[in-house]
Design a protein. Structure first.
Length: 336
């Protein structure tokens, strides 16, 4: 069993396992070189390229786990939306989804429409050291719905919140469908060789605790309830400080925390539930001794049992590669 799997199961580890959100990306020269000849979608849909990008990150920064290079919005294409990534402003999805469209959403067979993700997982697992974990992932139902309804990064979520409050039957049908697709995608990755599964709810923090309970949490639970209990699972969202008590029983083995959350306080709330996080990514731009001290503070607050070291969100594109390497080395040098 890998170090990451042990920590995800709540075991005491000699040091925390470390991997980073967006650990493959534009901060790497190798990735930038590939992007000169291939779009983001090209990489995601070409298993050999996705594998290369995934493994390059592991080799360059020395983390304890690979996370398959993919995109959480890919399942929206077989659901009938066109996905593009302009140079500025984030992803674009067309046409935007209305309540009347929900009943017309086509069925999705992930093996047929998203099989390239499973193929990339198989190739990556074959090329990855056995003592390192491979993480598969999917987008959570609420986050996927927000993208579908808003047509891109949701901003103030007005369209999404009008939809969920004014059209509860269509909202339930939509999120139930998205929960099924996310579950099937995660199962496919597990069958292809993923050791750990993560559900990203990027926009969960846009909801009040009351709205999260009513409009998001039940569908997140549907995803986790459909996954094998023997595979460790992680639930990660941003701006979730106000939702911490509600995240404890979504069904995930591990709760990921962004940098806005006090890790020591989260530990008190979650008790024995493993947690992951949560260094502010901008610390990687500061002096090296500050970076090391902040990483060590996070480790102490996380504790020796059931803790996975990560950033509180993804590696920023401008981040110096040597700083990322320094962070990983600092965590790997720790001993309790």
């Amino acid at each position: 069993m890998t170090l990451l799997e042990r920590a995800c199961r709540g075991e005491r580890t000699e040091r925390p396992p470390v991997w980073l959100l967006r650990q493959a990306g534009r901060y790497q020269e190798t990735y930038r070189t590939i992007r000169k000849r291939a779009s983001l979608l090209d990489i995601c849909q070409t298993p050999a390229l996705a594998t290369q990008v995934t493994l390059d990150a592991v080799d360059q920064i020395g983390v304890d786990a690979a996370i398959i290079f993919s995109d959480l919005l890919l399942p929206l294409m077989p659901l009938g939306q066109s996905l593009s990534y302009p140079e500025r402003g984030g992803p674009r999805l067309t046409p935007t989804l209305t309540p009347d469209d929900v009943s017309r959403l086509p069925p999705v067979n992930v093996d047929e429409s998203l099989g390239y993700v499973g193929d990339a997982v198989k190739l990556t697992r074959a090329g990855l050291s056995k003592n390192l974990s491979l993480i598969g992932f999917a987008g959570a139902p609420f986050t996927l719905a927000a993208y579908m309804i808003e047509g891109g990064s949701p901003g103030n979520f007005v369209k999404t919140k009008i939809f969920m409050r004014n059209h509860p039957n269509e909202w339930d049908a939509l999120l139930s469908r998205l929960a099924s697709v996310a579950k099937d995608l995660l199962l496919m990755q597990a069958q292809a060789g993923a050791d750990v599964l993560q559900l990203f709810d990027s926009w969960a923090g846009a909801l009040s605790p009351t709205d999260y309970l009513a409009f998001a949490k039940p569908y997140t639970q549907q995803v986790f309830e459909g996954l094998p209990k023997e595979i460790p699972t992680i639930h990660f969202g941003t701006q979730t400080a106000g939702l911490l008590p509600l995240l404890k029983d979504t069904g995930a083995a591990v709760v990921g925390l962004d940098w806005r959350v006090n890790l020591a306080e989260a530990r008190r709330i979650f008790k024995t539930t493993p947690v992951m996080g949560n260094l502010d990514p901008t610390v990687l731009f500061g002096p090296r001794d500050t970076l090391q001290k902040e990483a060590q503070r996070i480790i102490r607050e996380g504790g020796p049992q059931g803790f996975v070291f990560n950033l509180g969100h993804g590696v920023l594109p401008e981040t110096p590669l040597d700083q990322v390497v320094c962070l990983v080395e600092t965590v790997k040098a720790w001993r309790w």
